[in-house]
Write a protein that binds this ligand. Structure first.
Ligand code: ADP
Ligand code: MG
Length: 236
């Protein structure tokens, strides 16, 4: 079922077999923590279209495919629902491992996501760990010992830590693939499969991409269940 919406002159196409939840057109309409809403309001005027549509969809617990051009605010469209997911988990007295895994194709992108995430995680007392190649493993291991809630990184180094036993993904119930199109272009398909085999079977999965070629759709279909897809068109 396809629904077409228009927001700030962007054509938004939502494909879902369920009702489209209400858009979040301003920060105070979101269920995010007060400190997060305040931080957002100080930085920006309104949510971007992919955030207005992506937040309610991601918060509904369904698997989501989100397509929107570079620079449209995709990072916050998955990081804030990820934070909400972590906060909604029952907190056992003993640490069982991180809840959220964000996979990105490059070191630069991982660092960028991590920088943006840290600002919001810090407001609600959560921690993240960023794992990428070409950097000291032992420093990353030390970071992992501080019991992070969220892991951000490139597939190779995440799998490295998994094999070494310095990281467990058994408690991951929310996984994000950022720049899924580039991830496939760079040949990470097999590694992504391995990651999917290591996380919880009852996870929620989100794919974010600037483009959505057939190859990415095929990979996505292997691992996501009845996703809702949202595509934000250009207004140029
Ligand atoms: P994408 O992942 O789609 O390429 P980013 O998430 O990297 O885009 O965001 C691009 C820039 O827009 C960043 O500097 C980010 O801080 C900023 N940004 C995020 N949300 C908003 C917003 N609601 N309004 C204005 N700028 C925003
Ligand atoms: Mg991005």
């Amino acid at each position: 079922l396809e629904t077409k919406l228009f927001l700030k002159q962007h054509e938004i196409q939502v494909t879902t077999d369920e009702a489209v939840p209400s858009l979040m057109l301003n920060f105070t309409q979101t269920p995010f923590q007060e400190k997060i809403v305040k931080t957002l309001s100080q930085a920006f005027q309104t949510p971007t279209p992919i955030q207005s549509v992506g937040w309610p969809l991601a918060l509904s617990g369904r698997d989501v495919v989100g397509i929107s051009k570079t620079g449209s605010g995709k990072t916050l469209s998955f990081i804030l629902p990820a934070i909400q997911h972590i906060l909604s988990q029952e907190r056992p007295s003993t640490y069982r491992g991180p809840n959220v895994l964000v996979v990105a194709p490059t070191r630069e992108l991982s660092v960028q996501i991590s920088q943006e995430a840290t600002l919001y995680l810090g407001k609600v007392g959560l921690r993240s760990s960023t794992l990428f190649g070409g950097a000291s493993k032992s420093l990353q291991v030390r970071e992992l010992r501080s019991n992070p809630h969220l892991i951000i990184g490139t597939p190779g180094r995440i799998l490295d830590h998994l094999r070494d036993g310095s990281l467990s993904l058994k408690n991951i119930s929310f996984m994000v693939l950022d720049e899924a199109d580039r991830m496939l272009e760079m040949g990470f398909e097999q590694q992504i499969r391995q990651l999917f085999q290591s996380i919880r079977p009852d996870r929620q999965v989100l794919y974010w991409s600037a483009t959505w070629p057939k190859k990415v759709q095929n990979l996505a279909n292997e691992f996501i269940v009845n996703p809702v897809s949202v595509q934000v068109g250009d207004n140029e």
